[in-house]
Design a protein around this ligand. Structure first.
Ligand code: PLP
Length: 361
């Protein structure tokens, strides 16, 4: 069997070219006689891998010199704790609750200080992004936290909140490198890479230097201090070496595609194919307010749970995998990250049309 169209929300599809290259280098990485998995992270070959990866990411995102790029472990979820432990000097922070991941981060922060929910879209099952132009952000809040793209619900902040001068911290796990960003608007940008960049096990944290201090909450483990990782170039201990190597290959792939501006245009065209169909369909409909639609995660329903289940089953049999919605919301979700070819979305829509014709009521 060949490769199928994989609409998984994460771990997710990776560029085929990257996988092929990794396969070619599996047994003998560039004449070292070993796999990247087997080599010392202090070796010359590996140093070049991690340095090139960082340099390419800096180039792609246009990351200013006063920001550090850290390759960490523990998943995006570990950042839910690491952020308050390192940033909550006043033991207070503002959280915008736009879905489960934001809520989890908010709940975790409550262990360390006062996390204040300044806005939420829970009233309509997180189907929109609340107005964040004039929030009641506490004077002494250390930061304002958002989950920029809500993987489960399919919403995206197309406008960043007015933080009233406070540091913005953003979880970008599911929109990382999907579009150009102005890094200077953030204090911290972080994400698990298994959604849009690489294999699970790596978290990339882009953090402004002045936020990296010795002054962490009492009891913060060494491994959870940004400073220790920054001072050691992400090599305080053994980094997730193979994962970083694959991320590096994806960065090169993105550069070859023409960079993030080109990728965004492609993502917009790709998502439009699916959204246009959802808007005209008599059977399927999108579940998210149009202005807040994500380009990466597209949830939709028929309005009939049995029919949803039938669709997921028949889609799978046709070669479209992982279209089932998150277990907390049901329905369907197509995650169409950078590496999902436009053809995959075109074929999915073709299949949805056929399904609609066969199941019209
Ligand atoms: C998947 C996801 C997470 C959790 O990632 P882990 O690496 O499993 O901890 C957090 N935030 C967002 C936005 C996600 O999509």
């Amino acid at each position: 069997m060949g490769r199928i169209y994989n609409f998984s929300a994460g771990p997710a599809v990776l560029p085929e070219e990257v996988l092929k290259e990794a396969a070619e280098e599996m047994l003998d990485y560039k004449g070292t006689g070993m796999s990247v998995m087997e080599m010392s992270h202090r070796s010359k070959a590996y140093e070049e891998i991690i340095h090139t990866a960082e340099a390419d990411l800096r180039e792609l995102m246009n990351i200013p010199d006063n920001y550090k790029v850290l390759f960490l472990q523990g998943g995006a979820s570990q950042q839910f704790a690491m952020i308050p432990m390192n940033l909550m000097k006043n033991k207070k922070a503002a959280y915008i609750i736009t879905g489960q991941w934001a809520k989890k981060a908010y709940q975790e922060a409550q262990i360390y200080g006062e996390a204040v929910a300044v806005a939420s879209s829970a009233d309509k099952t997180f189907s929109y992004i609340p107005d964040c132009s004039d929030l009641a952000i506490p004077e002494d809040a250390d930061y304002v936290y958002i989950c920029e793209n809500n993987t489960i619900y399919g919403t995206k902040f197309w406008q960043l909140p007015n933080t009233k001068g406070k540091t913005l911290v953003a979880d970008v796990s599911s929109c990382f490198l999907s579009e150009p960003v102005d890094v200077t608007k953030y204090g911290v940008i972080y994400g698990g890479v298994q959604k849009n960049i690489g294999p699970a096990g790596v978290v990339i944290c882009i953090i402004r230097e002045d936020l990296i201090t010795e002054d962490t909450l009492p009891g913060t483990p060494t491994m959870l201090k940004y400073k220790i990782h920054a001072d050691n170039g992400s090599m305080y201990n053994t980094p997730p070496a193979y994962g970083i190597y694959i991320c590096g290959k994806v960065f090169q792939w993105l550069k070859k595609q023409g960079g993030l501006k080109v990728i965004k245009e492609r993502n917009e065209k790709k998502a439009k194919i699916l959204y246009d169909f959802l808007d005209e369909s008599k059977l399927f409909r999108g579940t998210v307010e149009k202005k807040d639609r994500s380009l990466m995660n597209v949830p939709f329903v028929t309005g009939d749970e049995e029919l949803d289940a039938k669709f997921v089953k028949e889609a799978k049999a046709t070669g479209f995998e992982n279209l089932k919605g998150h277990r907390s919301v049901g329905g369907m979700r197509a995650s169409i990250y950078n590496a999902m070819p436009t053809k995959g979305v075109e074929k999915l829509v073709e299949f949805m049309r056929q399904f609609e014709a066969a199941n019209k009521k």
